[in-house]
Write a protein that binds this ligand. Sequence first.
Ligand code: THU
Length: 145
Amino acid sequence: MLGAESVKTHGYDPEKLVMLAIEARKNAYVPYSKFHVGAALVADNGKVYTGCNVENASYGAAICAERTAIVKAISDGAKKILAFAVSSDSNGATMPCGICRQVISEFASPETPLYLSNYNGSFETWRFDELLPSAFKQSDMEDVK
Ligand code: THU
């Protein structure tokens, strides 16, 4: 976890991004877990994309809030994630799952700030490389036998 002064916010107010994640959480489709998650990211095209978790009767088909926001951003032409906020019903900071960390790594950089919030907007600031050090990446497939 970082001190708030040690990360670039790319002109976006972290509190505002967290509030957008909380707002996005309201749309969560969670008839099975009842656990609402919302996400909001700032992309390199200057836009903010939000997402919520979307569950399914086939439980394994659930899509996390973070990946919903990422797919919206990339399908709209964004190339990079500059900052990310996540909120959930939890009393504590919402930590992205392992699959989401891997998907975030495709579009973020090691320094990308993540604002990980609880249900009411209290948040911790993490650098992406604190959440997923030594991520598997495209270049790992280039040095092969
Ligand atoms: N979930 C997310 O949306 N993001 C995460 O990083 C962790 C888990 C969702 C998936 C599922 O709908 C619910 O939370 C319970 O796992």
